[in-house]
Design a protein around this ligand. Structure first.
Ligand SMILES: [Zn+2]
Length: 163
């Protein structure tokens, strides 16, 4: 039996977000603050619509770009990491790890409801955020969504979900 599948993918050079972050790993280790020039590629799959396409490329690029812009030039903070508690202190967010402490202007941070800012979880977060945007703006829920986040050339993580 033949099975057809259609998908569209956007991976523009300008889907770039330059962000600072650090993660915890191996239980009780924590990276030093550093940054990446993250790039993102997004794929949605599903049946063809009456236009004979999966989804409008322009709309997909627009929504992807808007989320990229939200992240670009910000400090990425994982708000659900029990090893990195985040507390508000005036206009700042203070993050602690053991004897280390970082303080960032709140407006310079993006607070993400994830357990760690690994590339994998950033890809998952992006997919969730993009799905919400597509549903809200266009009433469209992709049957398949794949998001690839590249944190360095030739080094990426992919999250995929099928509904
Ligand atoms: Zn990193």
């Amino acid at each position: 039996m033949l099975a057809e599948r259609f998908s569209i993918r956007v991976s523009k050079d300008y889907f770039l977000f330059c962000c600072a972050h650090f993660i915890t790993y191996n239980g009780d280790d924590c990276e030093r603050l550093h940054g990446h020039n993250y790039r993102i590629a997004v794929e949605v799959g599903g049946p063809l619509d009456p236009n004979q396409y999966v989804f409008d490329f322009v709309a997909l690029k627009r929504r992807t770009q808007s989320i990229v812009d939200e992240l670009d030039h910000h400090m990425l903070l994982a708000m659900e990491n029990p090893l990195l508690p985040v507390a508000e202190q005036g206009d700042n967010l203070v993050v602690k790890f053991g004897t280390k402490m970082w303080s960032f202007p709140k407006e310079d941070c993006v607070q993400l409801a994830i357990a760690n800012t690994t590339t994998e979880l950033l890809a998952k977060w992006f997919a969730g955020r993009l799905t919400t945007e597509l549903e809200k703006q266009y009433g469209y829920t992709p049957k398949v969504m794949r998001v690839e986040v590249e944190e360095a050339t030739g080094q990426s993580a992919t999250y995929a979900i099928t509904r």
